[in-house]
Design a protein around this ligand. Structure first.
Ligand SMILES: NC(=O)C1=CN([C@@H]2O[C@H](COP(=O)(O)OP(=O)(O)OC[C@H]3O[C@@H](n4cnc5c(N)ncnc54)[C@H](O)[C@@H]3O)[C@@H](O)[C@H]2O)C=CC1
Ligand SMILES: O=C(O)[C@H]1O[C@H](OP(=O)(O)OP(=O)(O)OC[C@H]2O[C@@H](n3ccc(=O)[nH]c3=O)[C@H](O)[C@@H]2O)[C@H](O)[C@@H](O)[C@@H]1O
Length: 459
């Protein structure tokens, strides 16, 4: 099928950047991104591209170049489905918070709503592309809903998981390591391959069966997260033995079988997907009674929770076993640099633990708005909103955030933190002035020379 019109349901961190790049590279295809969230669509349509709902380096430029030409953002979901030959489903698939599988399984209600919506509206044959990350065999359910529409429309389901990482989304989309397409209909697979073929070399477009494609996405995230938990587990051992985790990571990463990437010890991984996808993998394994498999992967999450907790505990212990009434400045709230996304950010859990120990926290992040900090803390339900509010400050200026602080905790690896005037920060803080560097971002010798008591991960 020749594709002239694409609809993407879900204008989020995946739908937005992915479709913007597809539109840029396929000027002859009309791409419409739809969402039930009218505010989000309005933000995508804002003439001032600095107000786009998602911050990603390079994204605003592409949106500016393609928007109103062949890229459109709309709340008219039915219309966009009706007119398109290919429909991407890119809605959220969070961990279930209720019922069977609560806290483990992926909540597929948004996916099912999309499938029903497509079934209701479609009058012509459609290729339906799973872009969201889904449990293996979800395509079966989508197929069942679509094939029971009672009319003679042909639906072809493809799995096309997304591998972009936030903060580097545009680059990852422009130069992907691979594009994965799983499906049963060769024609449908080739239709989607031709969309990517506008800029991705064919040998990087991998065709598999549906189930391999769905499972590969969960597996990729599990392997990536496992590397972070592995190096983080070693960081704890380094702190006990005098080894330096940066040196260990470098030494093992030079082994070409191990490789140097994703070996950065940290306060713990965050983001909307690693934890969710591993929990989902664990849930699927348990549902097939594969308990050893489930336990194996669950340990990645257990280690990550331990790392976040350990960081906060170490800070408290170093501050003479109490942070009650003390001001702790948190630099960085996003789950990694170059994004405004805070989902599952380690900073939230570290802050929550410090607040439970009656600390006052003072937050600065270059891209996260202040109101988001309180929303994230309130979401945990650890204490009342009023209590969170009275113990939390948020600042637009990092030098204000650190004023009179007993300690600074660096929780996101924003580049700009490295070039701050740390001498001036030292002068503003209470003494002894502590730094807890959850990202091993700052130069230890320089910090010590200024007079800080500097603590990093795995050193
Ligand atoms: N965030 C990331 O970096 C990556 C995410 N993924 C996967 O992609 C999927 C989407 O993730 P994000 O873009 O981060 O989520 P998101 O939460 O940023 O965006 C999802 C959007 O879907 C919309 N939506 C939900 N139900 C809808 C419906 N029935 N009709 C129309 N719109 C609807 C929501 O309003 C929201 O704007 C998830 O399955 C995730 O696991 C995959 C790779 C990377
Ligand atoms: O499915 C998804 O959502 C995406 O999840 C991750 O992307 P993302 O979560 O955006 O960002 P990562 O760069 O993977 O970082 C995840 C977390 O791990 C942390 N991390 C990463 C690497 C490292 O060496 N150390 C480390 O602590 C980061 O700071 C961050 O908190 C994967 O890298 C993407 O391939 C995938 O598409």
């Amino acid at each position: 099928m020749k594709i002239t019109k694409i609809c993407c349901i879900g204008a989020g961190y995946v739908g937005g950047p992915t479709m913007a790049v597809i539109a840029k590279k396929n000027p002859n295809i009309k791409v419409t991104i739809v969402d039930i969230n009218a505010d989000r669509i309005a933000a995508w349509n804002d003439e001032d591209v600095s107000k786009l709902p998602i911050y990603e380096p390079g994204l605003a430029e592409i949106v500016q170049e393609t928007r109103h030409k062949n890229l459109f953002f709309s709340t008219e979901i039915d219309k966009a489905i009706d007119e398109s030959e290919m429909i991407f489903i890119s809605v959220n698939t969070p961990t279930k918070t209720y019922g069977k599988g609560k806290g483990m399984a992926a909540d597929l209600k948004y996916i099912e709503l999309c499938a029903r919506n497509i079934a209701d509206v479609a009058k012509t044959d459609k290729i339906v592309v799973e872009k969201s990350t889904l449990p293996v065999r979800t395509a079966e359910a989508i197929k069942s809903i679509l094939h029971h529409t009672g009319n003679s429309i042909n639906f072809h389901i493809l799995s096309n998981p997304e591998f972009l990482a936030e903060g580097t989304a545009v680059n990852d989309l422009l130069y992907p390591d691979r594009v994965l397409i799983g499906g049963e209909s060769i024609d449908a697979i080739e239709s989607l391959a031709s969309v990517y073929g506008s800029w991705v070399p064919d040998d990087k477009i991998l065709r598999t069966n549906l189930w391999s494609s769905e499972l590969s996405k969960l597996t990729a995230n599990a392997f990536l997260a496992q590397r972070v938990s592995s190096i983080n587990s070693i960081s704890e051992l380094c702190e006990q033995t005098g080894a330096d985790v940066n040196e260990v990571a470098k030494a093992i990463g030079l082994d070409s079988r191990i490789g140097p990437k994703f070996l950065k010890a940290s306060v713990g991984f965050g983001g909307s997907c690693f934890q969710k996808d591993i929990l989902n993998l664990v849930y699927i394994a348990r549902s097939y009674a594969l308990n050893e498999v489930a336990d194996y992967w669950e340990q990645v999450i257990i280690m990550n929770d331990h790392q976040k907790r350990r960081f906060a505990d170490r800070l408290i212990k170093t501050l003479y076993n109490t942070v009650s009434g003390k001001k702790i400045a948190i630099l960085g709230w996003a789950f990694k640099k170059d994004t405004n996304d805070t989902r599952e950010s380690a900073a939230i859990y570290v802050a929550d633990h410090l607040l439970s120990e009656q600390a006052q926290i003072s937050v600065f992040d270059p891209k996260v708005p202040c109101e988001k900090v309180l929303i994230d803390l309130n979401y945990l339900n650890t204490r009342t909103e009023k209590e969170n509010e009275s113990a939390t400050e948020c600042h637009q200026d990092p030098y204000e955030a650190v004023k009179d602080a007993h300690a600074v905790a660096v929780l996101t690896e924003w580049d700009e933190f490295k070039s701050y005037d740390w001498k001036a920060i030292y002068n503003k803080m209470k003494k002894p002035a502590f730094i807890f560097d959850g990202r091993n971002l700052l130069n230890k010798d320089e910090m010590n020379a200024i007079g800080f008591e500097y603590h990093a991960i795995g050193q």
